[in-house]
Ligand binder design. Structure first.
Ligand code: VG1
Ligand code: CO
Length: 542
């Protein structure tokens, strides 16, 4: 029944910001995925008879990968392996299922916002029993094991039919194929007033949700059109496709441009929204009003108490370091704590578990709360809907009022994608060396108050994470941040984050790129971007 196969390590199986991501062709090499899954299994203790949750975003290679994980998890001694029907589970739904079942952990198959299909990307990550991404201590152990793994252990069994709900024996284990949407919908109903949102739609409120042919289609259709009575056709691209219909499932102004144009048209819907490949990101655009993800975190934190799930108020807010400081102002006004963490949801887990924060967010269109331990795209959309249903104002009015109350953070991220890794690394090394000398330097009207390489001390488990991004802080409160992406699969991606706070409401109507133009010019001067990457302009501006 148990089959053991010898193997040798593959180089480069180091998890990045969110799991191991590579080109599909890399994962298709014989034993490649198997080695990584074995390294996960070998790093886990006390799994006998325990439950493992398993699912993915439905991208190309998802089904093959699920079968491999089932065989290896059963051989590891897990008692129950819970899989979403069709191998589908959105990342937040997987997190919820882990928590609800009291599972030992979960394996999520996704490369999130990266393109899919045979020429696209694939990914895998391990989540722990709190439902969240494994912390660095565990991902480091998994990586270490990939360097020594020498045998693969499987239960020898035919493929499981993933399309049929029910329980199926695999060796000593039971594989349970579950409806991927049901439990998640119950959770959303417990947090939000579905009657109130139904009344909003009944009053003529119009919405468009672009599922980008990725995992949120079934969730959004069941909840928005099914439970909440949004008009049929509200959800577009609602069927998950292995190649996402050839599109790039990243809900930003570049890859969801059609949605943006619709939102800007005079007869467009009241709310346009989208999510990414695995359902954890959100894009929010009101009629004529794009909401930057950083503003969205702040606005949701300011208004969360209007939803029944947060009626008692929120304990604190956490944001990743590159995310604009808009949320800090809300926390300050509410007299609650604000935490600044490195990029990646895994750093929020301890804060959420300890009850120190309720709402978390990242500038990369990720927002979430303590309801799960992942960011959650549809949750953010539903919280917006509940706030709109309560305040009965437009998105634009809510955003303007927010700025008038707290001030506005002009914010933009400039990505230089797929540049040569050597140049990008040289740039970071050079910047690091420059840091001590930057303090006090003046560039035009800007003076550098401080410059460092961000380090995080986790207040809950005492762990330290260094080299998390170069920060240049100006005396006026503006910030310039440089870091390299940890989710790409080709070359390096340089991200430059630009943040400027403007209190004066008379100055809140400027174009973002103009309002930031001096800081953007300075990013080139200080970083030597063109010299190191050969690029004059970014590939994507969000
Ligand atoms: C990016 C984002 C980060 C996010 C991560 C995973 O990481 O910047 O905020 O947590 O993707 O998101 P990086 O290292 O490329 O900057 V997802 O939706 O791809 O799981
Ligand atoms: Co994602």
């Amino acid at each position: 029944m148990i089959k053991t196969v010898p193997t040798t390590p593959f180089e480069g199986q180091k998890p990045g910001t969110s799991g191991l991501r590579k080109k599909v062709s890399v994962f298709q090499q014989p034993r490649y995925l198997d080695n990584f899954v074995q390294a996960i299994m070998d790093s886990l203790e006390g799994t006998a008879g325990q439950t493992l949750v398993l699912g993915g975003d439905g991208r190309f290679y998802n089904r093959e990968a699920i079968q491999i994980v089932i065989r290896m998890a059963a051989a590891k001694g897990f008692g129950r392996i819970v899989v979403g029907r069709g191998g589908i589970l959105s990342t937040p739904a997987a997190s919820n299922t882990i928590r609800k079942l009291g599972a030992y952990g979960g394996v999520i198959l996704s490369a999130s916002h990266n393109p899919g299909g045979p020429d696209g990307d694939f990914g895998i990550k391990y989540n722990i029993g709190n439902g969240g991404p494994a912390p660095e201590k565990i991902t480091d152990a998994i990586h270490a094991r990939t360097l020594t793994v020498d045998r693969l252990v499987y239960v020898d069994t035919p493929d499981i039919d993933l399309n049929a709900l029910g329980d199926f024996p695999v060796g000593e284990a039971i594989v349970s194929v579950i409806d991927p949407v049901a439990d998640y919908q119950v959770l959303m109903e417990s947090l939000f007033d579905f009657d109130r949102i139904r009344a909003l739609f009944a009053s003529g409120f119009r919405m468009r949700f672009d599922a980008m042919s990725a995992v949120t289609g079934p969730y959004a259709t069941a909840i928005l059109e099914g439970a909440l009575g949004a008009a049929p056709g509200t959800v577009i691209n609602g069927t998950p496709l292995p190649d996402f219909g050839g599109h790039h499932p990243d809900p930003n102004l570049v890859h969801a441009k059609d949605l943006y144009d619709l939102a800007m048209s005079p007869d467009g819907p009241d709310l346009c929204a989208a999510s990414d490949g695995d359902g954890d990101r959100n894009l929010i655009i009101g009629k004529g009003q794009f909401v930057t993800p950083s503003d969205s975190v702040a606005i949701l934190a300011a208004n969360a108490h209007l939803a029944k799930g947060y009626a008692g108020g929120i304990a604190g807010v956490a944001r990743s370091m590159p995310t604009s400081a808009a949320a800090d102002r809300v926390a300050k006004a509410k007299g609650i704590a604000i935490y600044e963490t490195p990029t990646g949801w895994k750093f929020f887990g301890n804060l959420l578990d300890a009850g120190l924060v309720t709402i978390c967010g990242e500038e990369s269109a990720g927002t979430g709360s303590d309801h799960v331990r992942e960011k959650d795209g549809l949750w953010a959309v539903l919280l917006w809907l509940d706030i709109l249903a309560t305040r009965r104002q437009s998105v634009a009015e809510i955003v303007r009022e927010h700025w008038a109350t707290y001030g506005r953070n002009y914010y933009s991220r400039h990505d230089y994608e797929e540049v040569e890794a050597a140049g990008a690394n040289a740039m970071v090394t050079e910047l690091r060396a420059k840091l001590p000398g930057l303090k006090g330097q003046r560039f035009g009207g800007l003076e550098i108050a401080d410059a460092d390489d961000f380090a995080y001390h986790d207040p809950v488990d005492g762990s330290d994470s260094r080299n998390q991004g170069i920060r240049i802080l100006f005396t006026e409160g503006s910030r310039l941040i440089f870091r390299l992406s940890g989710t790409g699969t080709a070359g390096a991606t340089l991200r430059v984050y630009v943040d400027r706070y403007v209190a004066d409401a008379a100055q809140h109507g400027l174009d973002t790129q103009e309002a930031l133009s001096d800081l953007i010019a300075l990013s080139h001067e200080i970083g030597g971007i063109e010299r190191h990457t050969g690029r004059k302009t970014p590939s994507v501006i969000t």
